[in-house]
Design a binder for this molecule. Structure first.
Ligand code: IVH
Length: 686
């Protein structure tokens, strides 16, 4: 934001008339920007717009106190940041369950029908599934206050300054058609149009820089810049498809929410459709599948969502995805190319993976030059050999895969055999099922490289600059012999390596040392304990609170944590029981690494009591019941002395009578909603 000019501090404050002029200029510019960017029907020419903009700048130069965050002059211009900070989402940003299978879509439709019960036919809203970077936008009293990447779904990176530069994101909601709600959290997708992506990549190549792999990667990269001027120089768009949370407005259905989003001046998905049958869902999918190649943006399927919000609440969500929605994906894009060579890679867990080095080919807009061949069995089954022409496919972010041989090469070499020794350390390999593994856990340089990359990965300690190339250098030059060694590396040593100057060397050393007090959950991920991914690590951290407790916990005790079964508990205790792991961990602690203790799990919700619902309620009974159960209450079908209260709707009969006879409390529906709120709940989730 433009800092106020101190030399002008003595000037008179803006008069009422000036304020009014400022407001009108802002509104006028916002309106033209909306007409140009969202509706694509500008009413003024570019020079006319620029003239208005200069007038606004002139007013703000004279009266800096008028400059607010929602002024059109304030889209670009905040100072570059040192790092992006992490912020929690207003509500969890869940994933979507997905399928490519028509039958499964119809089964989903059946499930929904069953869940809603008789008399409530499901109505769906269908939308294209945009292949970009998911983003949360938060508006307080109509003003954009925050934009956050999806991150792990619960918290992401604060990219407000960057998102402010995207012209289709209003800094203030339009209120011509409806007032702005007190607070609003939206979910959408940042995308880069394919044509803009191609131009942008061509420019990178010309400048000798590495091109981006896909429009999605380049959109994601652009929103995560530290300098918002860079984001501003990329052409991005934001399409919004969901209200994550809202205060001060209610909507009966998603379609009503989307209509509101549109009226508030944001872009919503094109060609959304409301349907009520399985056949219409399949038809929609077919239509978009045909239209896909003609679109200037990437879509990877269509999204099917129940429209009715009360019905959604009744169906609920798993920790990962809502039960009321499904992504119906397109088959992955495929191309044919040559296997030039088959190579073997060793990962951090010692697994040897055969990799096809391919003649580079563009698959659905992405240049592909390698593909994983998974394991020995798969290689044998598909009988892939060097010199073969093969069909490869790419699905979203997933590593490209080889589907089949299309044409075997001339003079085929004999079938590829996995090496008998680890290509990185020479240790004889062992076969574990279909996998080939190097057992030299602690001596194999390839495994150490993998562990280092994993240690610094985003979901682990998030160490900027500790990527594959650096890990390779650190290990190959003998600078690091174990994870703890990372904390001993000095800038001078790094400066002797290719690609490091004083600044980058100091930055990496600082980035490593800045992570000496990691959150416990992240630290657990970083250790690379088998079976322990992001969710389990978080659960363990929450449940046990400290590393010491986790280290000394028994298998049986681990199994008392919800979601942790025998296999996982064995993997965890096995990890800590291994002498060498224990030594590596102690070495980290000896270097002053102190995982931050987290509060042990909050006490379980107190039992709120048993409720019985009877009569006709203003919402589906399941909605009321699940609202009570979400808070920790129970619901039963019949009234007894154990019943805490009965919610009686219109026409309540015998159950009401029985409650009165037993002296059980009776609530009308409004009182019930009040009771929900007293306990911090509400009729609808979130
Ligand atoms: S609805 C909880 N609608 O797809 C469900 N998602 O794999 C809310 N996506 O991360 C999401 N287009 O970012 C929805 N029209 C659309 C979408 C969409 C793209 C993304 C979303 C999510 C991913 C799921």
């Amino acid at each position: 934001m433009t800092p106020p000019d101190p030399s002008r501090s003595t000037r008179a404050r803006a008069s009422k008339a000036v304020r009014k002029q400022h407001q009108e200029l802002c509104a006028e510019l916002n309106r033209h920007s909306y007409l140009y960017h969202i509706e694509a029907r500008p009413e003024v020419s570019d020079p006319e717009y620029d003239e208005l903009f200069r007038r606004l700048q002139a007013v703000e130069r004279d009266f800096p106190e008028l400059v607010g965050p929602e002024s059109p002059t304030q889209r670009v211009g905040s100072e570059p940041l040192d790092k992006l900070s992490t912020v929690e989402h207003v509500a969890p940003m869940l994933s979507l369950d997905s399928t490519q299978d028509e039958e499964e879509v119809l089964r989903f439709h059946d499930r929904v029908q069953k869940a809603l019960g008789r008399g409530m036919a499901p109505v769906y809203i269908l939308e294209p599934k945009l292949d970009g970077a998911s983003i949360e936008l938060v508006y307080e009293r109509g003003v954009l206050v925050r934009a956050v990447t999806r991150g792990n779904g619960l918290a992401g990176e604060d990219v407000t300054a960057n998102v402010r530069t995207i012209p289709t994101v209003p800094l203030r909601l339009r209120t011509e058609h409806r007032p702005a709600p007190t607070s609003l959290a939206l979910r959408g997708e940042v995308i880069m149009y394919i044509s803009d992506f191609q131009d942008f990549n061509a420019g990178l190549v010309e400048a000798g820089a590495e091109p981006y792999a896909s429009p999605r990667n380049s959109a994601a990269g652009a929103v995560r810049q530290l300098d918002s001027a860079i984001t501003a120089s990329r052409k991005l768009d934001v399409i919004v498809y969901d209200i994550l949370a809202v205060e001060g407005a209610t909507f009966p259905a998603d379609s009503a929410g989307v209509q509101a989003i549109r009226e508030w001046g944001l872009k919503v998905p094109e060609r959304a459709q409301i349907v009520a049958s399985g056949e219409e869902i399949l038809e929609y999918h077919r239509t978009f599948s045909d239209a896909r190649d003609g679109l200037d943006y990437e879509i990877d399927g269509v999204v099917i969502k129940l429209d009715d919000l009360a019905a959604r609440a009744a169906m609920g969500s798993t920790s990962h995805h809502p039960r009321w929605a499904l992504a119906y994906k397109f088959p992955p894009r495929q191309e044919v190319t040559l296997i030039e060579k088959i190579d073997v890679q060793v990962g951090r867990t010692g697994v040897l993976t055969p990799v096809a080095l391919l003649r580079p080919v563009v698959v659905g807009g992405v240049r592909v030059s390698r593909a994983t061949l998974h394991n020995r069995e798969e290689l044998k089954r598909k009988d892939l050999r060097e010199g073969d022409m093969v069909r490869i496919q790419r699905a979203g972010d997933v590593i490209p895969q080889v589907v089949e041989v299309v044409e075997p090469g001339d003079d085929r070499p004999p079938p590829f055999e996995m090496p008998g020794e680890c290509p990185a350390c020479g240790t004889p390999v062992v076969e574990e099922g279909p996998r080939t593994v190097c057992p030299n856990r602690f001596g194999c340089p390839a495994q150490l490289k993998g562990r280092i990359v994993h240690f610094g990965a985003r979901s682990a300690l998030d160490i900027e600059g500790l990527g594959e190339e650096t890990a390779n250098l650190l290990v190959d030059r003998g600078l690091v012999r174990g994870l703890a060694g990372l904390f001993e590396v000095e800038p001078q040593q790094l400066m002797e390596l290719e690609g490091f100057a004083e600044k980058s060397a100091t930055a990496l050393v600082d980035a490593i040392r800045a992570k000496k007090t990691p959150e416990l959950g992240r630290f657990l991920i970083a250790l690379g304990i088998p079976e322990v991914g992001v969710t389990v690590a978080r659960d363990l951290a929450r449940h046990f609170g400290s590393l010491e407790r986790i280290r000394s916990t028994t298998r049986e005790e681990f199994e008392t944590v919800p979601g942790i079964g025998p296999r996982m508990s064995e993997a965890i205790t096995g990890f800590f029981a291994d002498e060498r792991n224990a030594r590596a961990l102690d070495a980290l602690l000896a270097h002053g690494i102190e995982p931050l203790e987290t509060d042990p799990a909050p006490p379980k919700l107190p039992e709120l009591g048993a409720a019985v619902f009877t009569g006709t309620l203003p919402v589906a009974r399941v909605v009321a019941e699940s609202a009570w159960r979400r808070l920790g209450g129970t619901t039963t079908a019949s009234v007894s002395k154990k019943t805490t209260f009965v919610v009686a709707g219109e026409g309540a009969g015998s159950k009401l009578a029985k409650a009165e006879k037993l002296g059980v409390e009776v609530l009308d529906f409004d009182r019930f909603v009040e009771r929900l709120r007293e306990h911090g709940g509400d009729l609808l989730e979130g």
